[in-house]
Each structure stands twice: as C-alpha cells, then as structure tokens.
Design a binder for this molecule. Structure first.
Ligand SMILES: NC(=O)C1=CN([C@@H]2O[C@H](COP(=O)(O)OP(=O)(O)OC[C@H]3O[C@@H](n4cnc5c(N)ncnc54)[C@H](OP(=O)(O)O)[C@@H]3O)[C@@H](O)[C@H]2O)C=CC1
Ligand SMILES: O=C(O)[C@@H]1CCC=N1
Length: 255
C-alpha cells in the first residue's frame, strides 16, 4: 500500500523525490523502491525517522507493537505521524504523549491515481496536518475527512472495497468462461462494464437502485439475474461482509 502512495506523490511531484526515504526489512523491496521511484531507502527505521518531518507508518497492524518503540524514541519532537494501519487508534500511537497523529485509510487504486481515502485527525493533529494528509492522498485520488470513530467503517467500505469489486469481477469472468467467451474479450467487456457503471452513477448523480431499475426490463434477462442474486441473499452477504471487516478493524485496535 505504501508503494501506491509513494508512486502517486513522487509522480505528481507533491513531494520532491529527494525528500522521500522508504524503509523496509527486505533489501529486495528497498532496491525496488530505489530503482523504480528514485527515492532514498534504508533498512534502519529509527535512523530514517530521526530527521523526518512526516513519518508514514505502513507496516501491518500486527507488526506495530514491535516497530513502534524504536521509531517513537527517534521521532523529532514536532514530527507528524501519518498512519495507514487498519485498526490502530491514534491514541495508541501517541501512547499518552502529545504526538500529532493523522490516520489515513487509503486503497490500492491509488497506484493508478484512482484511490479513495478517509482521513481523520488524532487528538493533537492540527488543521495544517489534515490539509497536508489531504494533499498527499488527494494526489492519488479522492480524499475525504472523517471522524476517527468512522475510520473502521471507511476501512470496510473503501479500504477493503477494491477486493469486493475484484471478487465480483472474478465471478463474472468465471461465468463468462463457462459460457464460452474468449478470455481477452470478456476481460475487456467486464472491465468496461464496471468502470462504465461507476462513471454513470457518478456523472448522473442518480441512486444505485434507480440505475439498476433502468437496466432491468420487466420479464427480461437482468430480472432473471437479479432475482437469482436476491434468492441467494447476495445483498445480505455483502452487508455482512462490510460489517465483518469493520468488526475486524475494531479488533485490530487491541493487537
Ligand atoms: N493493502 C491494502 O489494500 C491496504 C493496506 N492498508 C494498511 O497498510 C499497511 C500495509 O499493508 P500492506 O501494504 O497490505 O502490507 P505489506 O505486508 O505488503 O507491507 C508492509 C511492508 O512492511 C514491511 N515490514 C515488515 N516489518 C517491517 C519492519 N520491522 N520495518 C520496516 N518494514 C517492515 C514488510 O516487509 P515483509 O513483506 O518483508 O514482511 C512489507 O514490505 C497495513 O497496516 C494495512 O492495514 C490500508 C489500506 C489498504
Ligand atoms: O486487509 C486489510 O487489513 C487491509 C486494510 C484495508 C485493506 N487491506
């Protein structure tokens, strides 16, 4: 996920490339960042944050307890911490100190400039910190300010969201295959359908249910398809999936 953000901010010159330092435990990943984006790299988290004005935490939430003590000890007193980690509350990151934390929940389409991110201020973050986070994430897609208590819902909706869309595409393409369509053609048609449907909803401003109604002729093919989805409880399953993702995000807060 960090790569998607680095690619966007370096590509759009939101940040000068020489001002970006990426850390990772994998030498291969560091070489990839260096050769791919021209950023500085380091395997030493504490060393890299020592002179950083903005530190972006993008390890897995499960790794956070292991890496945070060494990073925290090296932070500049006025450093801004931007966390993209699911679940971990800003108060846990600040751990009783007045650390300025902004939580960001991005998604992987940021890699192609079509991301969707929720941004929330921790207790000590300023308006300027929120603006900076919006500028960084705005360079790679839509960025919306939310309350921190809403970040788990944003995680379920747009953080994990691309995976649900890919799941739908996987299913549609399996069906196309079963119906004998040539793979390259069905891929292009399916992608144009998903992108086109999203664009139509965005540009028309109409509700999803109304747009669905306009596709569904009485007694026609879409009605046969939608009735099958309804009979099999797909809407309930999608709602349950998002609630499960939100619940997991809350669980991750506790390590
Ligand atoms: N993937 C997504 O769509 C989204 C992810 N997020 C959040 O982004 C974060 C990263 O997720 P994701 O990109 O999927 O995970 P990845 O595992 O791909 O990225 C985490 C990176 O951190 C590296 N790493 C592990 N330990 C250390 C360490 N001690 N010091 C420095 N680097 C380390 C990992 O290396 P190695 O692989 O060698 O262990 C890996 O390259 C998570 O907190 C997640 O909640 C948020 C929104 C969307
Ligand atoms: O699956 C996860 O936990 C991360 C957070 C949102 C998307 N990926």
């Amino acid at each position: 996920m960090a790569e998607a953000i680095v690619a966007g901010i370096v590509g759009n010159e939101v940040v000068q490339v020489e001002d970006v330092c990426v850390t990772d435990i994998s030498e291969t990943r560091l070489e990839h960042f260096e050769s791919g984006y021209g950023v500085r790299t380091s395997a030493n988290n504490a060393g890299a944050v020592a002179d950083a004005d903005v530190v972006v935490l993008s390890v897995k939430p499960q790794i956070f307890p292991a890496v945070w003590p060494e990073i925290e000890a090296s932070l500049k007193p006025d450093a801004l911490v931007v966390s993209i980690m699911a679940g971990i509350p800003s108060a846990k990151i600040a751990s009783g100190k007045p650390v300025r934390v902004v939580r960001v929940m991005p998604n992987t389409p940021s890699l192609v400039g079509e991301g969707a991110a929720g941004i929330a201020a921790g207790e000590f973050a300023t308006e300027a910190d929120l603006e900076l986070a919006c500028k960084l994430l705005g360079a790679v897609g839509v960025a919306k300010i939310v309350k921190e208590e809403e970040i788990d819902a944003v995680t379920a909706l747009s953080g994990s969201g691309p995976a649900y869309v890919f799941y739908l595409l996987e299913s549609m393409l399996e069906a196309a295959d079963a119906m004998g369509l040539e793979k390259g053609i069905s891929r292009e048609l399916a992608l144009a359908t998903v992108i086109g449907a999203a664009k139509l909803m965005q540009e028309s401003g109409e509700e999803a249910a109304e747009l669905r109604r306009k596709v569904t002729s009485k007694g026609g093919t879409t009605a046969a398809g939608i009735n099958t989805l309804e009979e099999r409880g797909v809407k309930d399953s999608v709602i349950a999936a998002l609630l499960a993702a939100q619940a997991r995000s809350k669980e991750l807060a506790n390590g």
